[in-house]
Design a protein around this ligand. Structure first.
Ligand SMILES: N[C@@H](CCC(=O)N[C@@H](CS)C(=O)NCC(=O)O)C(=O)O
Length: 247
């Protein structure tokens, strides 16, 4: 089984009929015609899920979440209660951002994000794993060091920079991480590099990683990112559906 089948297979079905929580998820048993995305604008995981849904041209009902006041219907659908959460019309719940990306692109991939110009989907997933694992680990301990005991933010910054240095090497060869056009890995990773850059923008701009800087600037200027960062009010049960439209 290929990695992509693996990813799209990891779904937690929510049985709608006899389950009060999923009735809530579907908002009082009204037929759900579109997937529902629980999202938080500034969350890098939610950002990448939204961008993949846009790239796949899939409209979803967007429910903007405030993390300190999560809706019960989201917790019922996904008790781990992290954003993003996608609830499909058949009750299937996908609550990992990368799986939402891969699911959306498996539905429709007009920009060929799953088929990079150079390398393979598995190569992209390996690079994304490095981002979601070690890079995120160091980013958190650099950016949010007060939340941890006994961490030296400078040390974690240096370790994160080693990973950025490797990205810079890739980006010196191709305009994007896997060739001359953007693909899954670019949009899965860039929101985290953005967080790193914003932690100390002056220091980021002074780094010798000119290719990462150019790549991030292109990403921030992209229509897709702009569209994905549109602001929405917090969702409350009973609100009229807000459709996050691809076009
Ligand atoms: N592995 C998850 C991570 C998602 C995640 O950690 N999201 C954060 C916000 S950026 C969250 O919801 N945290 C829960 C909280 O802060 O209560 C994914 O890829 O979707």
């Amino acid at each position: 089984m290929s990695e992509i089948e693996l990813k799209t297979d990891i779904k937690t079905p929510v049985t709608a009929q006899n389950d009060q929580s999923s009735a809530d998820t579907k908002d009082d048993c009204t037929a759900q015609s579109q997937p529902i995305l629980y999202s938080f604008r500034r969350c890098p995981y939610a950002m990448r899920a939204r961008m993949a849904l846009l790239a796949a041209n899939l409209d979803v009902e967007l429910r903007e979440v405030v993390l300190r006041d999560k809706p019960q219907s989201m917790i019922d659908a996904s008790p781990k209660a992290t954003v993003p959460v996608l609830v499909l019309p058949d009750g299937t719940v996908i609550d990992e951002s990368l799986e939402i990306m891969v699911w959306a692109l498996a539905e429709n991939d007009p920009l060929e994000w799953l088929s990079p110009e150079s390398g393979t989907l598995d190569d992209m997933l390996a690079l994304i794993a490095q981002n979601d694992g070690p890079f995120k680990h160091h980013l958190d301990r650099y950016k949010y060091h007060t939340r941890y005991e006994d961490v030296d933010p400078a040390e974690h910054r240096r370790d994160a920079e080693k990973i950025l240095n490797r990205l810079d090497g890739r980006l010196a060869v191709g305009k994007y991480l896997f060739g001359s056009r953007p693909a899954l890995a670019d949009f899965a990773i860039a929101p985290f590099v953005r967080q790193f850059a914003n932690t100390d923008k002056e220091a980021f701009d002074a780094m010798p990683f000119v290719h990462v800087q150019r790549w991030l600037a292109d990403f921030l200027a992209s229509d897709l990112f702009e569209h994905a960062m549109k602001k929405y009010d917090q969702w409350h049960k009973g609100d009229a559906p807000v459709i996050f439209k691809a076009a």
